[in-house]
Structures are given as structure tokens and as C-alpha cells.
Design a protein around this ligand. Structure first.
Ligand SMILES: C[S@@+](CC[C@H](N)C(=O)[O-])C[C@H]1O[C@@H](n2cnc3c(N)ncnc32)[C@H](O)[C@@H]1O
Length: 280
């Protein structure tokens, strides 16, 4: 089943997430600086789960350097070979950066890292409780976990499911189980509180207005169902899907006519969740 892993064009299409990552990275660096005031004698070893093309991993290392936080090694794991192929662009810039193709759900590292981060990756896990255990095992005693995830928008998920069952598209999705990512942050809390202490969480929201075209680009950066249809049909699929979004019906996604631009636009509310914890 073509289940996981993003395509090679992810970095070009994930505008919303990439711009959000820059803010998040600053937050992460602040937390690390507070946790580790003196890293000169004990430089950090850090793991980035679901690192994608490595662009954000590299940005993170640069910001750590700017704050004089010493890092020995920053390793990124991603399940997608296409993503890992793209990381060469960054690993050649700094020998402390390393990347490896690895499914996080089956990683088996033991007590190796001071800090584990994940930016917009853990929502793809099928068994978040098991991944929590894997992360716990991989951290050194007292190690820190920090993750950011989007929360599922049930209305957008419903629109996709309805659209996929239309007669013209249904035949493409015979072996696809469209899985939602986690909608309720309590699932993360329950999973991580088994193994982590001093946990803190924060929920955030970001409202965005997209042109129809930009919304199509945004969807195409992550919608798993697109991999089931031929490249030629994808544009038609995305266009029709976006046109099927109703006006002002749903709280998190709606289509509206903008007389200012003389065009339809999409209002979209992204929900984020941040978790921090210390290995117990
Ligand atoms: C939304 S992207 C985030 C990439 C990067 N962290 C960033 O913020 O730019 C999610 C990444 O998770 C990866 N992924 C999904 N399931 C995975 C798994 N089980 N193990 C490792 N990586 C996974 C995908 O291949 C994709 O690159």
C-alpha cells in the first residue's frame, strides 16, 4: 500500500508549513537554551523525526549555532527515500548534519540523544503510543522531547472522503484506506504521559485565506490520495475538489467569493498542537 512518505516536490509546495516552521524553530531553540545553559563541555546530540527534505533541520542547526548552543550531531530520519535524497543539499554544508531513511515506527535507538524534535511528522504515525515508547527509549536519561503537529480538520477530511467516493474518482482508490490524522490532542497527551514527565502542551490556530490555486498547492503537498491517481489527472482532481468545498458551511474550511479580487477564495483554519516532555 502506498501509505507513507512524501514526494520529492514536497518542499516546493508546503509553503504554509515551511513559513510556520521558522517561528517554531525559534521556540525550540529558546527551550533548549533554557534547558541546557552550558553545552560547551557536553555538546548535544539531537534527532529530528520525520525530517522531510532536511531544510528545516538545517535551519534549526543554524539557529542553535546563533545562540551558541553546541551540537555534536543532528540526525534526521524520514521514511521517504525521495525526501532523504534531497537532504544532500544540506548535509554537505555541515558535517554535523546527517540524514537516514528510517521509519520512525520501527526505530530501535537506545539512549542516544539529548533532545528529540519533530516538526509536523508525528500525526502520520499509526500507533502514537508505540512511537512514544520508541522516543523514550532513544533518549538519554533526562532527555527532552519537543514536537509540533497539525490537528485534523474533520470537515476537510469529510469533504475529501465524499469527493473520493464520486463515481469518476472512486475506482482510483480501491486499495486506499484514507486515514485521518489525530484530531483530538488528548491522544498525544495520553501517549506521551506514559513515558514523559514535566509535560507542557499548547494549542494554536492560524487563519489563512488562500487563492484556489494556492489551496490546491497546499493540498497537493500532503494529500495521500493523490499518489493513487496519474500525474495528469491530479490537477483536475484538485480543481474539482476545491470547487466542491461549500460556502460558509464548515467552521474550518469554506469557499467564498471575493469581490475585491473577483475570484473565489478559500478560508482555512489550521490547528496546531505543541508538546514538550522530559524522559521519566
Ligand atoms: C509534513 S512533512 C514534514 C517535514 C519536515 N519535518 C518539515 O517540517 O519540513 C512529514 C514528513 O513525515 C514523513 N513520514 C511520514 N511517516 C513517517 C514515518 N513512519 N517515519 C518517518 N518519516 C515519516 C514524510 O515522508 C514527510 O517527509
Amino acid at each position: 500500500m502506498k501509505k507513507k512518505g512524501f514526494g520529492s516536490d514536497y518542499a516546493e509546495k508546503a509553503h504554509l508549513q515551511k513559513s510556520f516552521n521558522s517561528k517554531i524553530i525559534l521556540e525550540l531553540v529558546e527551550s533548549i537554551s533554557a534547558w541546557y545553559p552550558n553545552t560547551r563541555d557536553n555538546p548535544l546530540k539531537i534527532l529530528d523525526l520525520c525530517c522531510g527534505d532536511g531544510g528545516s533541520t538545517y535551519e534549526f542547526l543554524q539557529k542553535l549555532d546563533e545562540r551558541n548552543i553546541c551540537v555534536n550531531e543532528l540526525l534526521g530520519y524520514d521514511i521517504s527515500q525521495e525526501q532523504i535524497n534531497r537532504t544532500d543539499e544540506y548535509s554537505c554544508k555541515d558535517p554535523r548534519l546527517k540524514f537516514k531513511k528510517q521509519d520512525v515506527e520501527i526505530m530501535n535507538d537506545i539512549e542516544k540523544y539529548d533532545v528529540i524534535i519533530s516538526l509536523f511528522g508525528l500525526h502520520w504515525m499509526e500507533d502514537i503510543k508505540n512511537v512514544s515508547k520508541k522516543i523514550h527509549n532513544a533518549l538519554k536519561p533526562n532527555g527532552k522531547l519537543m514536537f509540533f503537529v497539525p490537528l485534523e480538520k474533520p470537515d476537510l477530511f469529510q469533504i475529501r472522503k465524499d469527493f473520493m467516493s464520486l463515481p469518476q474518482w472512486k475506482p482510483y482508490f480501491k486499495d486506499l484506506k484514507l486515514y485521518p490524522f489525530i484530531e483530538n490532542e488528548n491522544e498525544y497527551i495520553q501517549a506521551f504521559e506514559q513515558y514523559f514527565i514535566h509535560c507542557t502542551y499548547k494549542r494554536g490556530e492560524e487563519d489563512k485565506i488562500f487563492s484556489e490555486e494556492d489551496f490546491m498547492t497546499f493540498l497537493s503537498s500532503w494529500m495521500q490520495e493523490l499518489r493513487y491517481i496519474s500525474k495528469d489527472a491530479r490537477l483536475k482532481y484538485l480543481k474539482e475538489l476545491v470547487e466542491s468545498i461549500p460556502h460558509e458551511v464548515y467552521p474550518n474550511v469554506s469557499r467564498f467569493w471575493s469581490s475585491e479580487d473577483s475570484a473565489y477564495k478559500i478560508r482555512f483554519k489550521e490547528h496546531f498542537f505543541k508538546g514538550l516532555g522530559v524522559k521519566s
